[in-house]
Design a protein around this ligand. Structure first.
Ligand SMILES: [Zn+2]
Length: 124
């Protein structure tokens, strides 16, 4: 079973950023590395994303810096469900191995692989 493990501080930073950006969407990337059956995500990177709040159009500006060890994306939805939209699925398929989505009240997130299939998320 595929499991994405994430350090508590990294998840809390992302959820906090999502709360502050609400009702706009927050997008960030998570540094991490591959593990046998998934990934370990260690740190939230606030990448040089230009704007928040344009819905999935903000993905057009979503540039993932090279060589920072980016392994997953994180973004928030202003309302449930925390599951991928059609635009999200397109974005997932052409970017990183894993993707997290959170929605209000931003207490946790769901994790998905690049095909949009939900995987387990474990806070470590
Ligand atoms: Zn989305």
């Amino acid at each position: 079973m595929v499991t994405v493990r994430i350090k508590r501080a990294a998840l809390e930073s992302a959820l906090e950023a999502a709360k502050h950006t609400y009702p706009d969407e927050f997008i960030g990337i998570l540094r991490g590395k591959k593990e046998k059956d998934g990934a370990l995500l260690t740190e939230l990177l606030i990448a040089p994303f230009s704007t928040y709040g344009n819905g999935f159009s903000s993905y057009s500006d979503f540039h993932i810096p090279a060589n920072v060890g980016a392994f997953a994306s994180f973004h928030s939805h202003p309302y449930p469900p925390a599951s991928p939209s059609a635009g999200d699925l397109q974005f997932f398929s052409r970017s990183l191995p894993f993707h997290l989505i959170a929605c209000p009240p931003f207490e946790s997130a769901n994790a998905f692989d690049s095909k949009g299939k939900q995987v387990a998320l474990e806070v470590v």
